[in-house]
Design a protein around this ligand. Structure first.
Ligand code: ZN
Length: 98
């Protein structure tokens, strides 16, 4: 049976749905290998994103930005991460002004 995988969020679908019920993206047919590759990218960028949040909450802005930049390399279209980096950079600037 041909599996379908969401190109946006990586969710797998065994049925014949044409759209992802997680995020609404159009689904594509994908071989097993690319499904696994997608999942690995998602989990490893998710770890770095969460790591960045931990650093950010501790006030370690440089470490947070570094972790989020790794995510951005894997997911250049991730707007949420891009905005987090910009926010952290602005806060860093505010701190150095004083
Ligand atoms: Zn999706």
């Amino acid at each position: 049976m041909a599996k379908r995988v969401c190109p946006r969020c990586g969710t797998e679908f065994a049925d014949s749905s044409r759209f992802c019920n997680q995020c609404g993206a159009k689904l594509v047919d994908a071989p097993e290998i690319s499904i696994k590759a997608t999942q690995r990218t998602i989990s490893s960028s998710m770890i770095n994103y969460r790591l960045g949040l931990v650093y950010y909450k501790k006030g370690k802005l440089d470490d947070a930005i570094a972790a989020w930049e790794k995510v951005l390399k894997m997911e250049p279209d991730n707007i949420e991460v891009r905005q987090s980096i910009e926010k952290a950079r602005r806060e860093k600037e505010e701190l150095t002004k004083e």
